[in-house]
Design a protein around this ligand. Sequence first.
Ligand code: SAM
Length: 344
Amino acid sequence: MGPQAKLAAFRLPPLPTVGEIIKLFGLRAQKQLSQNFLLDLRLTDKIVRKTGDLKNAHVYEVGPGPGAFTRSILNAQVADLLVVEKDTRFIPGLQMLSDAAPGKLRIVHGDVLTFKVERMFPEHLKRRWEDDPPNVYIIGNLPFSVSTPLIIKWLENISKRDGPFVYGRTQMTLTFQKEVAERLTAGTGNKQRSRLSIMAQYLCKVDNSFIIPGRAFVPKPEVDVGVVHFTPLVQPQINQPFKLVEKVVQSTFQFRRKYCHHGIGILFPQAERSKNTEKMLMLADVDPTLRPSQLSILHFKNLCDVYRKMCDENPNLFAYNFREELKQKKREKPKKETDESDLD
Ligand code: SAM
């Protein structure tokens, strides 16, 4: 039997169930770490299938916990699975899986927010950005408090083609609170359209794969969970530095219920705010009376391009911070009321 045939035949041997592992190692979910576990392997199999054909793939799983996803990934006949888990209590249970799948599972005790994955997979997996995505995948069911900062960090990595994206356009399948999943995929005009929609969609094709009802988790979270699949685009829809795009998008959504010129205005010091806002909107060909949620990615592209030109003409502009100016004013005139009621 050749090595390929051996790989194809791989399935985990009979093991204690994930529920039994939890009991065996006394793995009570820690509420303060927002630990909610999936125990139903049919569900984790489904998520893994949605991720793509993982046969012979190299996978990075973030936050494996008691290992339900980990089992489904291993059963998908991957070549190699690297898991990074912060909570040491899960390591012995994962070690049991590693023993059952010799040579396939690498376990790292670490924090995904700081872990460097760029040297963890073989060099030969690297693809040029324009090529098809590499045979490297990221999968994770993380606490909601971690998944949002992590996706922002990874989006920045995509824009610089570093971190997990040194291998090329690495695909990711991650879970989010349902509402955050909806924001990530919301199109122009959708009421969930927000900063996250633009930041994710200018860099990736973002698909809301499906919803997992909260009752599928133990303990049950208060909300349902959305599974989101990201494929980095060959050409980002906005060709400006990530931090500049982030600043324009964040400012625009600052007053999400008002006309967009209010948010765009806070990119400029008050002294010349109205003149510069008018100029930016006119050059970007954006109607000032559109709401932030009504702006398309093309609108944001134009806004970012014009803002970049204005920053090139005025090197102090990018460092300007609306909140700092507001604080300064409050210090000077402590009694004057400032309307921040509509801040996002
Ligand atoms: N993937 C498992 C599942 O679906 O049953 C566990 C999900 S639980 C919501 C999140 C897991 O991520 C926990 O095991 C937790 O300890 C781990 N985790 C939380 N923050 C982490 C971090 N910063 N780095 C690595 N793992 C983390």
